[in-house]
Design a protein around this ligand. Structure first.
Ligand code: MGD
Ligand code: MGD
Ligand code: SF4
Ligand code: MO
Length: 756
């Protein structure tokens, strides 16, 4: 019989926070279970994590590089070697750089996956500003709000571990479904649930009666898209009733008096009309949040998808600040990363994303810059010279003093160079990126690397994505499977899954790094980071990728710990030394050294320096003169428990749990429309319609429908894989965007629904 072994590792079927035991029989991974000894997850494992071996051994996985045969999009391939694949790609990229300039290459990625530390670094080192992803609707609005308020790219996180001996007395869950999803942005749901049980007061802000809402002290059943109004009204109440933390406000914030005047009109009565939450409930919840201390806000992705994503996130940061909850035990923690591991998190290690590798004058050519076609006006030499000075200063500051100050400084600088449409968007705006390829405006990219993302399903306006992909001269896709996106590749690079990776797992989990261990190798798959290191050699980018191979990179990251990767694997975890109230000694890394309630930096970018609210329904109403034809409010997204985004539909155990795409509809509305539970229905907006299964759900208002996102059907015919049938993003075309950061209102749109 094959020898049985258990290897401890870190799961990566989502953002990766759970410690797991990988069970092997001989060389075969037979099971993955939760690790009771894990400090982050205490034995938890979700269905996705447990399905990891199914992903590893899936028969549809592509395990060798493929080159397109036949015409683009036909899904006809020939197997080639890695050497051929990398040589071809390097040759192509070198040629394009020489003929047209590096900006004619673009790179797009998905949410944080293991490759995340390398992707932007690769693009910037190559010399293109055209790096993008999905961040405008995921995390970035909250991250940039943190940058402009605390001066830091490090987002405060609910102190669920209670390292300071105190856990939150009050937890406000805002647009976040962590208890169902398994893990959200670096917190495991089990750890969160323990903290939740411990809290004296729980507030839930969600249009749906999610698990914790059932027992919450306040369930604020908010109308979708109205979060910004509620947040402002809560600030109003807390200031009016003198419930703020006087000492913290006095000593550690700027602009409080301006805020107090600014929020006067944002009364609970004003917000009640917009949010559908009773005035009294708003007041009571604000009191609870302010009085029960320490309090923390567990915020979620719903905030990132409105027409005031950035501003709402600013309001929530301000709520945290004026109640004195930032960086205190049991409040909203700012983790201390292990200080001797070079690779902490890209959010605290500003070197890793490689922003500084891009020559400044190249920013000028970004696809979403309004200046792109205008020649630099100042004598070019002079301008570039002064920019070099700023850049050097900036380099220095960013690496030596703090990544945080650098973030704002960088953005301001980029704004001067790029004049982007969305002033607080630090990378190319994704919808504009795709539109620009389709329209060749301001110019058409010649080569594109789609690295671990499926934009045909996760992007709004997917018809434009399709058009863009079909027009590209040369597209490389890195993935595990052939997807509706990969179909358009000229070159397909098969990626390693987490069971095939060694890693210093760092993503977001910044009070520790944990080990991930390679236990298998299927076919010729390769870690995306090894791919980039090997490509860098061929492209002369060794300065940015100075490692012989990926193993050397890992050892380099650990060099100051006294451990090599093997030893780290044995140890399993390196933790930072948690300290709270760091601001008392070092202030906040903002220009003023304080929490910037009023932000001059924003004012300089022509962004409201105090938080405001924009109602998506108001602007939608102007466009819908036939509003009666689309009488329901659509929340289009929300993550699915058993899948990570558009992944996993080919994994049997997961598909069994969630076989069909679902749209939730209130039973009374369903009755009115003669829809039964489980019926196939058409869900339609002005932009298109899709088919989903109706799921009757009474935990929300009767004019709201809530649709899943991420659907395509790997079992259906290639090359389309049914991507048009149930893809919720078909319902969104050219949208109105949040003017600050470019997000779409995906949680609040008008729709109608009827039996198919
Ligand atoms: N299982 C699983 N886990 C995941 C992921 C996954 O795909 N699957 N994805 C990961 C990623 S990248 C992300 S971004 C996170 C996202 O995870 P979360 O931050 O939890 O966000 P969502 O699940 O998108 O939505 C959270 C909640 O928002 C509510 N909601 C809908 N509209 C509104 C609104 O207008 N206002 C408010 N306040 N609430 C609203 C929904 O009812 C839902 O309960 O999850 C991560 N974890
Ligand atoms: N309407 C609507 N749209 C949304 C959302 C919503 O709520 N509503 N949510 C948004 C959010 S929050 C996010 S984060 C995005 C998600 O967008 P993405 O993060 O891009 O997720 P996927 O669409 O699943 O595409 C990821 C692809 O990468 C592959 N993959 C997985 N891991 C690796 C790896 O390590 N290496 C490589 N090379 N490939 C890998 C998978 O097989 C899959 O095909 O979608 C966004 N789009
Ligand atoms: S929550 Fe994420 S990290 Fe944890 S077991 Fe599930 S997929 Fe793995
Ligand atoms: Mo996300």
């Amino acid at each position: 019989m094959d020898k049985k072994r258990i290897i401890k590792s870190t799961c990566r079927m989502c953002h990766g926070i759970c410690g797991v035991n990988v069970h092997l029989e001989g060389d075969r991974v037979v099971r993955v279970t939760g690790d009771k000894d894990s400090l982050t997850s205490k034995g938890f494992i979700c269905t996705k994590g447990a399905a990891s071996p199914e992903l590893l051994y899936h028969p549809d996985r592509i395990t060798h590089p493929l080159r397109r045969k036949g015409s683009k999009g036909d899904n006809q391939w020939e197997k080639i070697s890695w050497d051929d694949a990398l040589n071809e790609m390097a040759e192509k990229l070198s040629r394009i750089k020489k003929e047209s300039g590096p900006e004619f290459f673009g790179l797009t990625q998905g949410t944080g996956r293991p490759y995340v530390d390398f992707a932007s670094r690769f693009a910037y080192a190559y010399g293109t500003p055209n790096y993008t992803g999905i961040a405008h609707i995921c995390y970035l609005p909250r991250m940039m709000a943190t940058a402009f308020t605390l001066g830091s790219l490090q987002i405060p996180v609910s102190d669920v571990y209670g390292f300071g001996g105190v856990k939150p007395a009050c937890i406000m869950i805002w647009g976040c479904n962590i208890t169902e999803l398994g893990a959200v942005h670096g917190i495991c749901s089990k750890t969160f649930l323990t903290a939740l049980k411990n809290a004296k007061k729980v507030i839930v802000v969600d249009p749906r009666k999610i698990g914790p809402a059932k027992k919450a002290d306040h369930w604020l059943r908010i109308r979708p898209g109205a979060d910004g109004a509620l947040a402002l009204a809560m600030i109003h109440v807390i200031i009016k009733e003198n419930l703020f933390d006087d000492a913290f406000v006095k000593n550690h914030t700027t602009g409080f008096n301006k805020l107090a005047v600014h929020v006067r009109p944002f009364t609970p009565a004003w917000a009640a009309k917009i949010t559908r939450i009773k005035e009294e409930e708003i007041i009571e919840a604000a009191r609870t949040y302010a009085i029960y201390s320490p309090a923390s806000i567990q915020w979620g992705n719903a905030i990132d998808m409105s027409l005031s994503s950035f501003q709402t996130a600013r309001s929530l940061m301000i709520l945290r600040a004026i109640t004195g909850n930032i960086d205190v035990p049991g409040g909203d923690a700012l983790w201390v990363a292990p200080d001797n591991v070079k690779l902490k998190s890209l959010y605290v290690n500003a070197e890793m994303p490689g922003n500084l590798l891009l020559p400044l004058h190249k920013y000028h050519r970004a696809l979403d810059g309004t200046k792109v076609n205008i020649p630099l006006k100042l004598p070019k030499r002079m301008l570039l010279k002064s920019l070099e000075v700023i850049k050097n200063k900036y380099y220095d500051r960013i690496s030596k003093i703090s990544a945080k100050k650098g973030a704002i400084a960088r953005l301001k600088l980029l704004n001067r160079l790029r004049a982007p449409k969305f002033p607080v968007m630090p990378i190319v705006h994704p919808p504009t990126f795709w539109r620009s390829i389709a329209d060749a405006d301001p110019y058409r990219l010649r080569a594109l690397w789609v690295l671990g993302t499926n934009p045909m399903v996760n992007m709004t306006n997917p018809h434009i994505v399709e058009k863009a992909l079909s027009m590209m001269e040369y597209t490389v896709v890195s993935d595990f499977f052939l997807t509706p996106t990969a179909r358009f590749a000229d070159l397909f690079l098969p990626a390693a899954t987490w069971l095939e990776q060694d890693d210093i797992n760092n993503h977001l989990k910044i009070w520790c790094v944990t080990a991930r261990k390679k236990v298998a190798q299927i076919g010729d798959v390769m870690d995306d980071r090894e791919v980039m290191i090997q490509l860098a050699k061929r492209l002369g980018l060794e300065k940015a990728f100075p490692w012989e191979n990926y193993q050397h990179f890992l050892n380099d990251m650990l060099a100051d710990t006294g451990l090599n990767f093997e030893q780290f694997r044995e140890k399993g975890i390196i933790t930072g030394k948690m300290r709270y109230r760091k601001y008392e000694e070092q202030g906040f890394p903002t220009p003023s050294g304080k929490v910037e309630i009023f932000s001059k930096s924003l004012k300089n970018l022509s962004v409201s320096p105090l938080p405001v609210y924009r109602d998506p329904l108001e602007s939608l109403q102007q466009k819908y003169d036939d509003k009666n034809d689309y009488p329901l409010i659509l929340s289009a997204g929300g993550k699915i428990q058993h899948y990570f985004h558009s992944e996993g539909r080919q994994i049997k155990s997961l598909r069994k749990r969630q076989p069909d795409p679902e749209v939730e509809i209130h039973p009374s509305k369903a009755k009115e429309l003669e829809i039964n539970d489980g019926d196939w229905v058409w869900l339609e907006t002005k932009k298109g319609r899709i088919k989903m299964r109706a799921k009757l759900y009474d935990g929300m208002d009767n004019d709201i429908v809530n649709a899943q996102f991420g659907w395509w059907f790997p079992e259906e015919n290639a090359p389309e894989y049914g991507w048009r049938q149930s893809n919720v993003n078909i319902l969104f075309g050219d949208e109105e965007y949040d003017p600050d950061i470019g997000s779409e209102s995906l949680r609040c749109a008008y729709c109608r629904i009827y039996r198919a």
